[in-house]
Every structure is written in structure tokens, then in C-alpha cells.
Design a protein around this ligand. Structure first.
Ligand code: ZN
Length: 294
């Protein structure tokens, strides 16, 4: 397993401090876990360096200022970022979740994260996992159609992350839609990426993020068979201890999010507008039921 030099056992103990209930019992509510999905933190858009970038790229490029504000808000409000290992230990009943658990994940492994996101995470001593496209390390996000290709981190930078206590996961070899390719290719994408990352980084790779969020039952089965202990999806929702470990729900983070959206996403997985709509629909439903209209 990747060594976690900066995250000592005492940190992990703090991350999983006991709560006054036994959440293994089915009737006890567990704290929901927002698993935040980030892609890129960069000044590229500010500098116009990604000109004519497709919306699909632009949408996921947060400014360092926005990311810093979000991390400071988590720190100031008593949120405890946890690792996937801590989450899995809690699911096995070997530990308990902190009061306000949250998880920070990055898909694709963009190079600018090293410069702009990592120092902010280190300032708060927050753990995070970076899912790398093993076959494209040191190249660009060539899987995106159109202009606006962005450099990905190289092997030295990935090793620096591990040395700094962060975790690396697999995001496949070439970023295909796994649910749309032959199963033998799925097996190669998952097994080869894990082996290559382990070989080049010298640590065990235990976790997977499905490229494009594309998966089905067969892909989930192969993820388990090829040695992964978890897989995150892009199904939107707060995770919990009964979530499918090979389809963990996440909360997508976007450039368009205001701080109010960020706060709403931590609690509902939706931005303010969608949270408000959901609350209004629930409130109307409750009112109708109370008035015996339904
Ligand atoms: Zn991706």
C-alpha cells in the first residue's frame, strides 16, 4: 500500500474518532459522506491558456482561489477529510466515521494540480486521492475531443504526491468508456493500469475511478477480479456505508459553483438551485400528505 508519510496514525485516529453510537446497527443513521470530485485547479482559464476549450473541459477548471476558499470552509466548519482506507475500515466495522466526514478526489491527474491544489491541501493537512490515466501519464488529456488539451502530471510528480502522503488510484490505461468496450478490453484496461502504476510508483494501487463514470455490472465484477478494493462512479449523491463499494456515489465540483452551491453540495450533493427545488418539492409533498390531499 502507498505509504502515507504525512498522515500519521494519530491523524487517522482523529479522522475516525469514536461517535456515541454503534453505526454498524442497521437502525442507526450514519453521517453521509460527500465524496468530492475535482478535476482541475488552475489559472489556465484566467490566463486564456485554454482558448476555445470545450465546455466539458472548462466546466471542471476551478481557480486556485475558489478551491482554497472551499478547503478553508471545510477546515473552519469542522469537516474531517478522510482517506478511502479509513472509509473501507469503517465499512468493515473496524473503525468509526468522524462527525463530518468528507473525501477529496481528483480525476485524470492534471499537472497543474501539483502547483495549485497540492499546496492548499498540505496547508490544511487534508488527505486526497488522485486517479491517474496510467497509459497517458506525462502526456495530455487526449481523450477529450476538440481543442484545449491539457498536460497531465508525469511519473516524478506522481511519486512526489506519494512521498507527500497522498494516495494514487487508477483511472484506467486510456480513459475509455468501460461500459461500451469488449469485456476483455475492460480487463486489460483495469489490470494493466494497476500493474503499470504499481511498477512505476512502487506502491499498491487499490482504488479505481471509472472514466466518464461509465460502468455496468460486468465492469464492477472485473474491477473486483483485477484486485481493486473500491471504485468511484460519477453517480451524484452522498455516499454512505451501504453504498456499493464498486460504485461509490460522488459529488461533482464545477467552476460555476458559488460558495453557497458548495455548502449545499456538502449536504445534498446538489447545487443551491437544485437543493432548493428538491426541498420545495419535499415540503409540498409533506404539506399535501399532512392535509390528506395524497
Ligand atoms: Zn476522467
Amino acid at each position: 500500500m502507498c505509504s502515507n508519510n504525512n498522515l500519521t496514525s494519530s491523524t487517522l485516529r482523529i479522522n475516525c474518532r469514536p461517535l456515541p453510537f454503534n453505526f454498524q446497527h442497521k437502525t442507526v443513521l450514519t453521517p453521509p459522506i460527500p465524496i468530492l470530485t475535482y478535476h482541475q485547479v488552475s489559472l489556465r482559464l484566467n490566463r486564456g491558456a485554454v482558448r476555445h476549450a470545450p465546455l466539458a473541459v472548462e466546466k471542471y477548471i476551478l481557480s486556485p482561489q475558489a478551491f482554497s476558499s472551499q478547503m478553508s470552509w471545510l477546515a473552519g466548519r469542522g469537516y474531517t477529510p478522510i482517506s478511502l482506507e479509513a472509509l473501507l475500515a469503517c465499512r468493515r466495522g473496524e473503525d468509526v466515521l468522524p462527525n463530518k466526514p468528507v473525501m477529496i478526489t481528483f480525476d485524470d491527474g492534471y499537472q497543474d494540480l501539483i502547483r495549485y491544489a497540492v499546496p492548499i491541501l498540505q496547508k490544511h493537512a487534508f488527505p486526497a486521492i488522485f486517479y491517474l490515466v496510467a497509459g497517458l501519464v506525462g502526456q495530455t488529456n487526449a481523450w477529450m475531443e476538440g481543442p484545449g488539451e491539457i498536460p497531465l502530471m508525469d511519473w516524478d510528480e506522481a511519486r512526489q504526491l506519494i512521498d507527500s502522503g497522498f494516495q494514487i488510484g487508477s483511472h484506467s490505461m486510456h480513459h475509455p468508456k468501460l461500459a461500451e468496450i469488449p469485456l476483455e478490453d475492460v480487463r486489460n484496461e483495469l489490470a494493466d493500469s494497476r500493474h503499470l502504476l504499481e511498477l512505476r510508483l512502487g506502491c499498491e494501487i487499490r482504488h479505481l475511478a471509472y472514466p466518464h463514470g461509465a460502468y455496468n455490472e460486468a465492469v464492477q465484477r472485473i474491477a473486483g477480479e483485477t484486485g481493486y478494493h473500491s471504485a468511484v462512479s460519477i453517480r451524484i449523491g452522498l455516499s454512505n456505508l451501504t453504498d456499493d463499494v464498486y460504485a461509490l456515489q460522488r459529488v461533482p465540483m464545477s467552476r460555476q459553483d458559488s460558495m453557497l452551491d458548495f455548502i449545499c453540495k456538502l449536504r445534498t450533493a446538489r447545487n443551491f438551485r437544485k437543493s432548493f427545488k428538491l426541498a420545495r418539492r419535499n415540503w409540498r409533498g409533506s404539506l399535501k400528505r399532512a392535509m390528506h390531499f395524497e
